[in-house]
Structures are given as structure tokens and as C-alpha cells.
Design a protein around this ligand. Structure first.
Ligand SMILES: [Zn+2]
Length: 368
């Protein structure tokens, strides 16, 4: 019997101990290497020119030779205007990637001995960074699709008299809350991969219901024509027959019949529910998609070591621009709208700088 990947020591390449042993200068160097690569050259965030800028050691600040402006290691990153130490920021990422089902802000605040409000914003910054830098290239091959309901149950009222009013007499079933939403997920099965069995890419969207228009628009944008789509017998998926081969499974009878199942989507739903109900207990619909995307990210990268995950999340944090909803959150600067339907894929929800910077580092590493 082969050992499960997560039990092997290949899956543990970095620990919290390693992070907390770092001095502030060493943590600074880690940030620098992950942002600009392993050389003396840095990229000015103001004018974008890569060169050996003048470095003022006492301030940990560079001065650009071309535009004469100053910048720090966190300028124009998600950690801009940070007050926590570099070691704490790295430790927060480490805790974040070690928790497959997410980490609550309270836990984070206890681990790092920081205020709950600080931890709340920090966790959300990491979550939104993953969201803005998610891979949206089209899925292909076998794609499993399903919807999961969130925030729908009415909590029973305190007193029995008022509780009866909330129950629909005809159906004996509680009426749904107006905050009820559906998380629709598209899961691509890994192919030609010896290490990974199951889904390797997940794209999520949210809507009031599992609407036919949203499902169609999602598939047209993110699934290549001719792919095999596996779903349940929800009529919302009927329109997909024109461009795709669609397989359905009747969930009243079974979950898998003659090889047709949407179990990758059901598996994602289970992971997401663990994260959503089990750890966070509740969330605002404005941020629900960020939680779903985090569950998708952790699930897609379940066969990566925690050191690789740490590096990946850190680089994404350093490549994404400051998040406008999370700067000054407790001063009242909040996201105003939910990401319903295709609005989640509008240009402002996708970080362009991530891909631009990744190309730049690739170019540099190839030349070196
Ligand atoms: Zn400059």
C-alpha cells in the first residue's frame, strides 16, 4: 500500500518554526527575492524600470534613478501600508496555506497575538489576492459542474410563538432567507498527471439561483467547445448541448452511472461547505465568492508541498496591487456590491499586474 501524499514528508517542506526563527532582515530578503528575483536589481513600481536602484539601508527604502521617487518592498503590493512586521506577514501566509479548510480570523489573531480586526483584514487580503490572481484560462476535457446553496436557512426564532410564523404551513418547511445564493463551480478533471487524480482546476461563480443564462455564459467563456460536461439533471444545463457533449446523472437514483457522475463538483461542494459552515460559520455574500475561490485553490493544489504553496501565495501577494476594499476597512471603506453572475469576471476583479510581473520574472530568469 502506498503512503498517502499528505502523510509523506515531501508534503512538509516549510514550517512555522522556520518562519519564526527568521530575523526581520532575513524576512525582508525573502520578500525581496520573491518579488524581484535573486539579484541586486529591483523594479521601480512607479516607472517600471528594472535597475540597481539606490538603497537606503536604515530606512529599507529604494530611490529610483530614473524617476527619483522612493519605494519600499511593499509599495504597490497587497501589503502596502502594513504595520505588522515582515515575520508576522510571512507567518500569516504560512498558517493560511497550512489550513486546508480555511482559518478563522480569531484563530489567526491568537496565533500571531494581533487584534481580531487586524487578522480579519489580513485573512481577507490573502483571500482576495487568490481571487484576483486566479487562473481563468479555458477548461477542457472532462468538466464537472454543480451548484451549492449558501446562507439559506432561517434560524429558529427565540420564542415558540414567533417561530411558528416563519414556517410555511403548506410545506412544513422553513422559508428561505433572502440572502440565499448559489455557488456554481466548474471542475476540470486532471489528465496525463500521475500525481493528481480528480480535479485540478476550479472556477467558481455566484448567482441567486443556478440560472440557465449564467451557466451558459460561464461555459462559453471558460470551457472549450467540444468538452465533456457532466452535471445533474437540473434543466439549467440543457442549453449546453449545442456546443458540448453533456452527460447527466439522476441524483434521485444514484451518484454515478456508467461512468457519468459529477462527483468532482460534489467533492468541491463538500470542501467548500466544510470551510464555509465548519470554520467560518457564516459570511457576507459580498465575500462568499472569495471563500469559494479559496476552497477551490486549496483543493486544486492539494498535491503541492506547503513550501510551494507558501511561495505561490507570497508571490501573488507581492504582485497584486493594493486592494481598494481592504485599505481602511475599519474606517468604513467597504466593498459595496456582491459579485453576482459574470460581474466576478469583470476587468477590475482580475489582476493584470500579476501576469505582467510573472512574464517579467520569467524573462529575467531565462536570460540569467
Ligand atoms: Zn522609477
Amino acid at each position: 500500500m502506498t503512503q498517502h501524499y499528505l502523510l509523506s514528508n515531501k508534503s512538509r517542506t516549510l514550517t512555522l518554526k522556520d518562519i519564526f526563527r527568521l530575523s526581520e532582515d532575513e524576512a525582508f530578503q525573502i520578500l525581496k527575492i520573491n518579488r524581484w528575483g535573486n539579484s541586486d536589481e529591483v523594479v521601480c513600481p512607479h516607472c517600471g524600470i528594472r535597475h540597481k536602484a539606490y538603497f537606503l539601508v536604515s530606512r529599507k527604502r529604494w530611490c529610483c534613478k530614473h524617476c527619483q521617487r522612493h519605494f519600499y518592498i511593499t509599495t504597490n503590493t497587497v501589503f502596502a501600508f502594513h504595520k505588522l512586521s515582515f515575520v508576522d506577514l510571512l507567518a500569516a501566509i504560512m498558517i493560511f496555506v497550512n489550513e486546508v479548510k480555511g482559518v478563522s480570523a480569531i484563530t489567526m489573531s491568537r496565533h500571531l497575538n494581533i487584534n481580531y480586526k487586524t487578522a480579519f483584514v489580513l485573512c481577507h487580503k490573502l483571500r482576495e489576492t487568490l481571487f484576483k490572481t486566479r487562473d481563468l484560462s479555458p477548461l477542457q476535457g472532462e468538466v464537472h459542474e454543480d451548484g451549492a446553496w449558501i446562507n439559506f436557512t432561517i434560524r429558529p426564532a427565540n420564542f415558540r410563538k414567533t417561530r411558528k410564523k416563519q414556517i410555511d404551513r403548506k410545506t412544513k418547511f422553513p422559508k428561505f432567507r433572502p440572502t440565499k445564493r448559489c455557488i456554481i463551480s466548474l471542475n476540470q478533471r486532471a489528465s496525463n498527471d500521475d500525481n493528481l487524480w480528480g480535479s485540478n482546476r476550479t472556477i467558481v461563480a455566484m448567482d441567486y439561483t443556478e440560472k440557465a443564462e449564467t451557466v451558459l455564459a460561464l461555459n462559453h467563456q471558460f470551457v472549450k467547445q467540444g468538452s465533456d460536461i457532466m452535471c445533474d439533471e437540473n434543466p439549467a444545463y440543457n442549453d449546453l448541448d449545442f456546443h458540448y457533449t453533456r452527460w447527466t446523472v439522476n441524483h434521485q437514483e444514484c451518484y454515478s452511472l456508467f461512468g457519468a457522475s459529477n462527483n468532482l463538483a460534489e467533492s468541491f461542494n463538500a470542501r467548500f461547505r466544510d470551510l464555509h459552515r465548519g470554520v467560518h460559520h457564516k459570511c457576507d455574500n459580498k465575500y462568499a465568492l472569495h471563500y469559494a475561490n479559496q476552497a477551490g485553490y486549496m483543493s486544486d493544489n492539494r498535491r503541492k508541498s506547503n513550501g510551494d504553496l507558501f511561495k505561490d501565495v507570497l508571490q501573488r501577494c507581492l504582485w497584486v496591487l493594493p486592494l481598494k476594499e481592504w485599505v481602511g476597512y475599519w474606517q468604513g471603506n467597504h466593498r459595496m456590491t456582491e459579485l453576482l453572475g459574470m460581474t466576478a469576471f469583470s476587468p477590475e476583479e482580475i489582476s493584470q499586474s500579476y501576469f505582467k510581473n510573472m512574464n517579467e520574472i520569467m524573462k529575467y530568469e531565462l536570460a540569467a
